[in-house]
Ligand binder design. Sequence first.
Ligand SMILES: Nc1nc2c(ncn2[C@@H]2O[C@H](COP(=O)(O)OP(=O)(O)OP(=O)(O)O)[C@@H](O)[C@H]2O)c(=O)[nH]1
Ligand SMILES: [Mg+2]
Length: 268
Amino acid sequence: MCDTCGCNEIGGSGSSVGRPLHFIPTPEKDEQEHRHHYQHCHPHEQLKDQREVMVTENVLKHNNLVAQENKRFFNDRNILALNIMGSPGSGKTTFIIQTIEALIDKQKVYVIEGDQFGSLDTERIDKTDAKVIQVNTGNGCHLDAMSVMTAVKELNPANNSLVIIENVGNLVCPALFDLGEHQRVVIFSVTEGDDKPIKYAPMFHEASICIINKTDLLQLVPFDHLTAINNLRKVNHHLRIISLSALQGSGMTEWIAYLKKSMNSLQS
Ligand SMILES: Nc1nc2c(ncn2[C@@H]2O[C@H](COP(=O)(O)OP(=O)(O)OP(=O)(O)O)[C@@H](O)[C@H]2O)c(=O)[nH]1
Ligand SMILES: [Mg+2]
C-alpha cells in the first residue's frame, strides 16, 4: 500500500506521460531510491505516524475527485474505460492485444500503458491498429487518476470508443486508486497459485471481472481451478469469472461477447 512504500510522495505525482518515453536513471537518483527502499522495507520500523496517514487520505481524496472527472469525460463521450490490473507477467498486455485484434475492425480502441520504466508494452501495442500512449510512474507502483487524465487528453479518444488502461503490474496498490474506469478487470494467471484471491483480497474484491489466464498451462502447474474459483467467490461473489488462454486465444470469445455487451449497454 502506498503509505507504506511511499510511492505517492515520490512517484505518484511525478508520473510522466509521453510516447516514446525513455528513462535513464542518474546515479544520484539511484542512491536516493535505495535509501528510500531500505528505510521503508524494514519490518520493525513504525512508519504510520499520523502525518503520513493524513497525507495518504488527502492523496486518495484528491485522486477520487480527479477520477470522477475522468468518469464524466468518458460518459459524456460514450467511451467504455477498462482498468486492467494484475501481477507482473500475468498476461495483461497479451490479453489486451488479443482484445484489440478481435475488435479493431469495428471499434476504435485506445490504450494507456502504465509501467514503472520503459516503453516495451507500448511498442507491442503499437504494432496493432490501436492508438497507445505510455505513462511511466518511476517509483510509483500504480497509476493514478491524474496521470490517466493527462494521458487521455493526449490520446483524445473518439466518441463511442474503448479505452483500455494497463495498470502497473502489482496486486496491491492499484486496487486503491480509482482511475474513473467503468470496469476493473483482474488478470490472474494459473502460474500465480490458486490462493492469491484470499491473500490479495482488495484487488479481487474491487474488480468486476476476473480473467483466469494461461489455462493452457493448467496441466503443468499445481493450480486447482475449482479452488481458485471458490477463493474468488469468497472474496467477491458478484465477480464475473472467465477462464482463457490469452496466448492461444482459447476462451477469448466469451470475453469479447461480454465486452461488446458492456459497450452496447453504455451506448444505449
Ligand atoms: N502460456 C501462456 N503464456 C502467456 C499467456 N498470456 C501471456 N503469456 C506469457 O506471459 C508472459 C508475460 O505476458 P505479458 O502479456 O507481457 O504480461 P503483463 O501482465 O503485461 O506483464 P507486465 O506488463 O510486465 O506486468 C509473456 O511471456 C507471455 O507470452 C497465456 O495465456 N499462456
Ligand atoms: Mg504488460
